[in-house]
Write a protein that binds this ligand. Structure first.
Ligand code: SF4
Ligand code: SF4
Length: 434
């Protein structure tokens, strides 16, 4: 009964948000999915029209409703370009939660989200074991990108090239810590996120190195859990709420000034989605969520705005390395952060930034979108790859590990020899040997 009440509540919230759409079609011009398919049902305006009679449509054509709602990268381009301020992402996430609440989760997703993600220790153990045996099924394919592909049955995964699991995750490489404020007078809580922990621990190490150098205290607990967006974008609000509650236990009572993440998706989820979807949590947790979400910041924004990092005084010899920067949707469109990562890259005088066409156009990743609609995701990703390669850069930088995976796949499949780096890694290079 309480579940049904929650579903009716969700429907009401969606209804209240739909009325702002005036059908102007400005969202069409910027939707990467619409650019590929040309289908009205794939753009925000079409989805909103569908959702206006969600209850009826779900009864008439459940598969059709799901197909149109799933065909979305949740990139936020429509929302950022909407003159009426329609909160498209809020609407789509709530609509997915409604559908999943109504129909239930498919068994595989149930096992992953409720069996693994909700149990961070078990999740770490399972992926730790998988990292030891991955060499049996995968082989390295591009040294510069560090990518791998499947040894056999590559067709089963669409011929994907992917970043392997790290030999040692960040939580094994770096001990958990709680260090006091140093000469900066600042202390962060470090939310590293699942992909950095398990695939790109080098980014986490760069964050720690930079914080140590600038006298920033770090609270880095290993008990932190996933930010919850993979579950929520599949409509699994139950897992999402449990993960938020787990993170609250770890972070809410601790002493720090800023919650820092090197992952655009985690930053945007904690800042925007946690408070949005926390309505049904107990009052104390709701309050804590609000407090914590007000403190979260992308690592580049923190270093430039709060620490006041300036160009490093390091010796430069020879030609600078050309780097181009891809704006993750979750950072630029959702949070308006685009100058700071570029400024951080600019703090390393050994690099020269070369802008690409469409630096802020989506790379086609979209979390589980790339799993369900790989052909479409690849078509969008190839445009991004072409724009990157056209700059002549030897390094592609971005602030989201999910974008790194997608861009890495596209570059690797094309046989390109670029490196992919996070701005904080590029800045950390200036501190080598100090
Ligand atoms: S841009 Fe906004 S108001 Fe215009 S059709 Fe799209 S969602 Fe509706
Ligand atoms: S979130 Fe992105 S992919 Fe989804 S409808 Fe909006 S613009 Fe299109």
């Amino acid at each position: 009964m309480s579940e049904m009440r929650q579903l009716v509540g969700l429907l009401k919230q969606i209804d209240d948000q739909l009325v702002a759409c005036m059908r102007c079609g400005m969202c069409q011009a910027v939707c990467p999915i619409y650019a590929e398919t040309g289908l009205e049902g794939h753009v925000a305006r079409g989805k909103i029209a569908l959702l206006e009679c969600l209850a009826d449509e779900v009864i008439k054509d459940p598969a059709g409703v799901k197909e149109r709602l799933d065909a979305c990268l949740l990139c936020g381009s429509c929302q950022a370009n909407c003159p009426s301020g329609v909160k498209a992402l809020d609407i789509f996430l709530k609509a997915r939660a409604f559908l999943t609440g109504y129909y239930g989760l498919p068994p595989v997703k149930r096992a992953i989200f409720r069996g693994l993600l909700q149990n961070p220790k078990l999740f770490d153990t399972v992926l730790g074991v998988a990292s030891k045996f991955q060499g049996l099924f995968t082989k390295p394919v591009n040294d510069m990108l560090g990518s791998s592909c499947a040894r056999v049955f590559s067709d089963l995964i669409g011929g994907r090239h992917f970043a392997p699991l790290a030999d040692k995750p960040l939580h094994d490489v770096a001990t958990q810590r709680d260090t006091p404020r140093g000469h900066s007078g600042l202390k962060i809580a470090f939310f590293y996120g699942c992909v950095v922990d398990k695939m790109f621990p080098r980014i986490g190490e760069a964050v720690l190195k930079v914080c140590d150098h600038h006298g920033v205290g770090v609270f880095m607990p290993h008990a932190q859990a996933c930010c919850g967006i993979p579950a929520l974008s599949s409509g699994d609000r139950e897992t999402f709420e449990k993960l938020v509650a787990l993170n609250m236990k770890v972070f809410a009572e601790s002493d720090f000034d800023v919650l820092v993440t090197p992952c655009a998706t985690c930053t945007s989820t904690i800042k925007k989605i946690w408070p949005l979807m926390a309505e049904d949590l107990p009052a104390t947790t709701r309050y804590q969520v609000k407090e914590l979400s007000a403190k979260v910041k992308d690592i580049s924004a923190f270093l430039i705005q709060d620490v006041g990092v300036t160009p490093a005084d390091v010796a430069v010899s020879g030609e600078p390395v050309t780097v181009t920067y891809h704006d993750p949707c979750h950072l630029k469109k959702s949070l308006g952060v685009s100058a700071e990562p570029r400024a951080l890259i600019g703090c390393n005088p050994r690099y020269k930034l070369q802008e690409m066409d469409g630096a802020d156009s989506c790379c086609g990743s979209g979390g589980s979108f790339t799993l369900q609609h790989y052909d479409l995701s690849k078509r969008i990703g190839k445009r991004k790859r072409d724009n990157i390669v056209a700059t002549g850069a030897t390094v592609a930088a971005t602030s989201c590990p999910a974008c790194m995976l997608q861009i890495g796949d596209m570059l690797s499949q094309a046989g390109d020899t670029l490196a992919i780096r996070h701005p904080v890694e590029i800045y950390a290079e200036t501190l080598a040997g100090r």
